[in-house]
Design a protein around this ligand. Structure first.
Ligand SMILES: [Fe+2]
Length: 391
């Protein structure tokens, strides 16, 4: 099917179903597919996504016309199935174009998509992060993709057995996407500082938290590369905040309501920066699905709100905190040299057991990035693997 038309994007569109019939309707085109289903395609959607070089920029493959360049009363005058499987459509404004059947199928509306339930975890179900061999993942796109998908689905995923190498942290993260710099630098080293601008730079224990709740949008991903660790203690403690939120949605609905409604402000405590961010502890979308958390006990600013709201917000926050500190929710892992841990900073709370700084050495580097880059890399890797398998 190499003679299929181009599409208004750079994606690959395997033809999983073929077009059986294409008929004109009042609003556009109805297609029946080889799996027996049918889909309706609006005339304006088809017209503005025409892959012709005037409508779609031939190099950028973005829309090259304005919606108002199309007549209000544009209609389809003819549709026919070509031997290649594409559909040729003629519009009333004279444009004649052909659509790739894989693209059309991908753009079809077959009713509400069943939402894939998020798999949440506790300490029993997920005592360790999904783990992959680092050197294998770095040279095998299929394994690299599995690691990325595990990070997306569980909020935490690990590579192991990596060499100790300067620049490797940045090299691996940029295989996913751009690094997001912060007031802690392009990358940071978890080390003990004489004048720490974060408790991370001490050997003390750290309560579960997300980083940078002080930002308008807290960073989506965090990566920790352990280059050396011979200290005792200092285990990483990870908690699936989505599991806590779902448990509270059912067991403590009043607290859950506060968590999704009452706004807390966070401010970083530093001599040379003053970031402030605010939002509810648990973020949800219009359907009530969880989209992120903003939880960090030690960077909360004083809440400015009527006392009754403060009272309910404190109750809910303390209830959330009690669960976050409950070992039944906590994945406790030791950082070994060569470990590369990735986690979703707006889902997987992280914390740390205190460690004995005099009892050995510890060298852990960190970098931030964003969720969007993870999702984009998953899609493009899948696209590349699809292309590879068909050539
Ligand atoms: Fe942190």
């Amino acid at each position: 099917m190499s003679d299929l038309p181009t599409t208004p994007d750079f994606d690959s569109w395997p033809v999983t179903e073929t077009v059986q019939t294409a008929t004109l309707t009042e609003h556009g085109l109805r297609i029946t597919w080889s799996d027996g289903r049918s889909s309706d395609h609006h005339v304006l959607l088809l017209r503005e996504n025409s892959p012709d070089p005037v409508t779609t920029h031939p190099k950028a493959r973005e829309m090259a016309i304005a919606p108002t360049d199309i007549a209000d009363d544009v209609s389809i005058t003819k549709a026919e199935i070509l031997t290649s499987g594409a559909i040729r459509v003629t519009f009333s404004d004279g444009i004649e174009t052909a659509y790739h059947p894989g693209w059309l199928f991908g753009a079809a509306w077959f009713g509400p998509e069943p939402t894939k339930p998020v798999v949440t975890w506790n300490a029993t179900e997920q005592p360790e992060p999904p783990t992959f061999d680092g050197p294998v993942a770095l040279k095998t796109p299929e394994v690299f993709l599995q690691w990325l998908e595990a990070l997306r689905d569980y909020g935490v995923a690990r590579l192991r057995n990596l060499p100790q190498q300067d620049g490797l942290l940045e090299q691996i993260v940029t295989m996913i996407g751009p690094i997001r710099e912060s007031n802690f630098g392009r990358q940071y080293v978890l080390e003990i500082k004489d004048d720490p601008d974060s408790q991370a730079y001490t050997s003390g224990s750290l309560l579960q938290h997300i980083d940078l709740p002080t930002r308008e949008l807290p960073f989506g991903l965090q990566f920790l590369y352990t280059r050396d660790n011979t200290t005792t203690g200092g285990e990483g403690i990870y908690v699936d905040a989505y599991r806590i939120a779902e448990d509270m949605r059912h067991a403590e609905p009043e607290h859950f309501q506060s968590l999704i409604t009452d706004v807390w402000e966070y401010n970083n405590r530093a001599r040379t920066s003053d970031y402030r961010g605010k939002g509810p502890v648990v973020e949800t979308d219009a359907n009530g699905a969880l989209t992120g958390v903003r939880y960090n006990t030690f960077l909360r600013a004083p809440m400015k709100a009527p006392l009754d709201i403060q009272a309910r917000a404190y109750k809910a926050y303390r209830a959330f905190c009690a669960r976050a500190q409950d070992p039944s929710y906590q994945m406790k892992i030791r950082y070994e040299a060569g470990d590369f841990l990735a986690f979703d900073n707006r889902r997987a709370l992280h914390g740390r057991a205190g460690y004995d700084a005099k009892g050995g050495s510890r060298f852990i580097e960190g970098i931030y990035a964003d969720r969007d880059d993870l999702h984009s890399r998953i899609r493009t890797t899948k696209r590349q693997l699809r292309t590879k398998s068909t050539t």
